[in-house]
Design a protein. Structure first.
Length: 432
C-alpha cells in the first residue's frame, strides 16, 4: 500500500473514532472519561499496525503532524463542543491528546528496526494507561497526590498488572528470551512505567510511558539474566525503602514514585557509588525531618526531586552518551549531590527561621556525600573544587532562599538552578 493512501485511511479511521465517541457523549451513552479512553484505545490499536504499513519514519511523522494540527484546531474552535466533546469534556487540564501522536512518531522513529519493542511500548500506553485510569475512576479509594493530579492506589495496581501482561506475553512468544528473564524484565518494566504514570500529570504520561518503556526495554535486552535480575532487585528495594519510611520522609505519592525513578536511573546509569551518594542524601532528609519542629514539617512534592535530579543526572547522561569518561560522569553526579546536600541543609535552617546557616555542618555533609566517589578512578585532588565551593554556595542559597511562607516551587527552582551552574565549575579541573 502506498504511504499516502495508508495515511488517508488512518486519518479517516481516527476521525470515525472521534465522531462515534462524541456521539456517545452527546447521547449520554458514554461518560467523558470513558469516551476519552475509547479514543485513546482506538488510536493505539490503529498505530500498532505502523511497522507493517510504513518502511520509514517520515510518513508516521507526517501523520502525527496532521493529527496534532487537527486536534489543536478542534481544541481551540467551536468544534470543541461538538465533535471534540469526547476529548475535551473532562474538567482537568491535559495535553495528553496532543502528546499521543507526538509520542507515536517519536517511538516509531526510535524503534524503526525493533517492531516488537515498538508494539510493547505502545501497548503500555494504549491498554495499561487506560486500565489504570478506568479502574482508578471506578474503584479508587486510596488516593495519593502527584504532579497536578490525584491518583489512586487501585488505579496504579491495575496499570501495573496490565503493563506486566502487555510486556510478558509479547516477550515470551516473540523474543529469544528464557522465561525467567522475561518475567523479571516484565516486572521491572511494569513497575517502572507504573511509577512514571503515577508521578506525571497534565497528560505527560502519554509521552513518558512509551518512550521510557522503549528505552528501558532496549537497554535491558542487551543485558545478561544476572544483570536484569539485579536491576529489578534495586528497583523493588528502592520502592520498599520509600514506602516503609513514608511517615518520616514527608514525600507525597508522586514524590515517592519520582524518587524511586531517580534512584533507579542513578543505579542504572551510574552504578553503586552514585546510588550510595543518593541514599546518603535521602538519609540526611530523614534525619532532618526527625529533628525538625512539628510546625515546620511540610509535605514535599515532585518538584524537589526534579530540582535534585536534573543537575545531577545530567552528568550521567553525558557518560552514557560517551561524551565524557564514565568515571568522570559518575564523579560529576556525586559532586552535584554533595553541593545540593549542603544547600538543602542551609535551606532547612532558613525554613526553620534560624539566623545561622550552620556552615560547618553543611561542609561535613558535603564530605560525607562525596565519600563514595573514593571508589572511582578519580584523583582525590579533584575533590578540592567541590569542597571549596561548598561554603560560598551554601551561604548564598541560605540568603537567597526566602521565608517558609513563599511557594516551595521557587525554593526548588533556585536550588536546581544553582546546582546546574556551580557543578560544572567544580568539574572544570577534571574536564580540562
Amino acid at each position: 500500500m502506498h504511504p499516502a493512501v495508508a495515511i488517508l485511511i488512518i486519518l479517516a479511521c481516527l476521525g470515525a473514532i472521534i465522531l462515534v465517541s462524541a456521539w456517545g457523549v452527546r447521547t449520554g451513552k458514554l461518560s467523558g472519561e470513558l469516551a476519552r479512553k475509547s479514543v485513546h484505545v482506538g488510536m493505539g490499536v490503529i498505530c500498532l499496525s505502523f511497522p507493517w504499513l510504513f518502511d520509514s519514519p517520515l510518513p508516521v511523522q507526517i501523520l502525527a503532524a496532521a493529527a496534532i494540527l487537527t486536534l489543536l484546531c478542534i481544541r481551540v474552535t467551536q468544534l470543541r463542543q461538538s465533535i471534540g466533546c469526547s476529548l475535551f469534556s473532562i474538567d482537568r487540564l491535559s495535553i495528553g491528546e496532543l502528546l499521543f501522536p507526538l509520542a507515536v512518531a517519536w517511538l516509531f522513529t526510535l524503534a524503526q528496526d525493533q517492531p516488537l519493542l515498538y508494539c510493547i511500548s505502545l501497548l503500555l500506553l494504549t491498554l495499561a494507561d487506560t486500565a489504570g485510569a478506568l479502574a482508578g475512576g471506578k474503584y479508587g479509594k486510596k488516593i495519593y497526590q502527584s504532579t497536578a493530579a490525584t491518583k489512586s492506589m487501585e488505579g496504579s495496581i491495575a496499570f501495573f498488572v496490565t503493563a506486566f501482561i502487555c510486556t510478558a506475553l509479547p516477550l515470551h512468544f516473540f523474543a529469544n528470551l528464557c522465561l525467567g528473564p522475561v518475567l523479571v524484565l516484565s516486572f521491572t518494566v511494569a513497575l517502572f512505567t507504573m511509577a512514571v504514570e503515577g508521578a506525571s500529570g497534565h497528560g505527560l504520561d502519554n509521552l513518558l510511558i512509551p518512550l521510557g518503556a522503549f528505552l528501558l526495554l532496549d537497554y535491558y535486552t542487551g543485558l545478561s539474566s544476572h544483570a536484569i535480575f539485579l536491576q529489578s532487585i534495586v528497583l523493588i528495594a528502592l520502592l520498599v525503602l520509600l514506602l516503609t519510611t513514608h511517615r518520616k520522609n514527608t514525600f507525597d505519592g508522586g514524590a515517592i514514585l519520582t524518587a524511586m525513578l531517580f534512584g533507579f536511573a542513578t543505579y542504572s546509569l551510574g552504578g553503586t557509588a552514585c546510588l550510595i551518594s543518593a541514599l546518603i542524601l535521602f538519609a540526611r532528609h530523614i534525619i532532618a525531618q526527625h529533628f525538625m519542629p512539628k510546625e515546620c514539617i511540610v509535605t514535599h512534592s515532585t518538584d524537589v526531586i526534579i530540582a535534585i535530579s536534573i543537575p545531577s543526572l545530567f552528568w550521567l547522561t553525558l557518560g552514557q552518551g560517551k561524551v565524557i569518561d564514565p568515571n568522570i560522569a559518575q564523579f560529576g553526579f556525586i559532586s552535584s549531590l554533595a553541593l545540593i546536600t549542603a544547600m538543602l541543609h542551609t535551606g532547612t535552617q532558613k525554613h526553620m527561621g534560624l539566623h545561622s546557616a550552620s556552615l560547618p555542618t553543611a561542609f561535613l555533609l558535603t564530605i560525607i556525600t562525596l565519600a563514595p566517589a573514593l571508589s572511582l578512578d578519580v584523583p582525590v585532588l579533584h575533590f578540592v573544587p567541590t569542597l571549596l565551593l561548598t561554603i560560598p554556595l551554601a551561604r548564598f542559597y541560605f540568603h537567597w532562599r526566602t521565608g517558609p511562607d513563599d511557594p516551595a516551587f521557587y525554593h526548588w527552582f533556585k536550588l536546581g538552578l544553582l546546582a546546574s551552574i556551580v557543578s560544572p565549575v567544580a568539574m572544570l579541573p577534571i574536564l580540562l
